[in-house]
Design a protein around this ligand. Structure first.
Ligand SMILES: Nc1ncnc2c1ncn2[C@@H]1O[C@H](COP(=O)(O)OP(=O)(O)OP(=O)(O)O)[C@@H](O)[C@H]1O
Ligand SMILES: [Mg+2]
Length: 247
């Protein structure tokens, strides 16, 4: 069902000053796989995502994408950023550009794709995430759920090999959460490789191939969603699940 290793982290350690935020992380994400990362606040989930597209450096260990080590700077790094898409909690759309311009900017500037071609593809992607009719608006004229779907379309426009989602629905009103999760489920069904930090356990159960549970900078458990939710092995995971499933 899933393919060859795409993102491989080996013995990764990271510090912020004296704070040891990632401890001996070993994690392989295969092509086509959906890995959901959960864990308490401060456990290092965002930091882990940020090291994978090198928004943060690491202090030891290695990270490879498709067999190649992460570049540290320059044009190679720009290319990596295009291959590893990232969708944040805050949508980070350009406020003074239209929805269409937000989606075409990367392909035109980084990929050097002709404008007409980039626009055609952008319209297809906006259609795919269900906001084709919003193309000429500014982000502020859209709902949060619509803005997040535009952010996903913008990421898809770069043809990433993998997309990292860091709590993509946490800033949304409840009624908009599902429209974004539905888009993510459809990407998962289409075979997109995805790493998703989320508190949406329904999504983890229905879309994840694997759940990774982090606590205090470590990967504490790693299993299928069925196994993880039915039989968490550690007290940390049991405690975490009892809190989020009952609140
Ligand atoms: N830029 C930074 N400088 C210093 N410390 C940081 C920085 N970013 C994060 N930290 C610390 O690193 C640890 C891990 O943070 P991280 O944001 O990765 O956690 P998280 O699991 O994503 O938490 P949350 O669920 O609250 O988003 C925390 O103790 C945090 O305070
Ligand atoms: Mg976080």
């Amino acid at each position: 069902m899933t393919g060859k290793p795409l993102v491989v982290l080996k013995d990764v350690n990271k510090y912020y000053g004296k704070l040891h935020v990632l401890k001996d992380i070993n994690l392989t994400i295969n092509e086509g796989e959906v890995v959901v990362i959960i864990g308490p606040s401060g456990s290092g989930k965002s930091t882990l995502c940020r090291t994978i597209n090198r928004l943060e450096t690491i202090d030891s260990g290695t990270i490879t994408i498709d067999g190649k080590p992460l570049p540290s700077e320059g044009r190679e790094l720009a290319r990596l950023r295009a291959e590893v898409g990232m969708v944040f909690q805050s949508f980070n759309l350009f406020a003074h550009k239209t929805v269409l311009e937000n989606v075409t900017l990367g392909p035109i500037k980084v990929r050097r794709i002709p404008k007409a071609q980039a626009e055609q593809r952008a319209r297809e992607l906006l259609q795919r995430v269900g906001v084709a009719d919003q193309a000429d608006k500014l982000p502020a004229q859209l709902s949060g759920g619509q803005q997040q779907r535009v952010a996903i379309a913008r990421t898809l426009a770069m043809n990433p090999k993998v997309i990292l989602f860091d709590e993509p629905t946490s800033a949304l009103d409840p009624e908009m959460i599902n429209e974004v999760l539905d888009v993510m489920r459809s990407l998962a069904r289409d075979g997109m490789t995805m790493v998703v930090v989320t508190h949406e356990m329904g999504f983890a159960r229905s879309a994840a191939n694997r759940v990774v549970f982090m606590a205090d900078g470590r990967i504490v458990e790693e299993s299928t969603p069925e196994e993880f939710f039915a039989n968490p092995k550690t007290d940390r995971a049991k405690d975490f699940l009892s809190k989020i499933l009952t609140h």
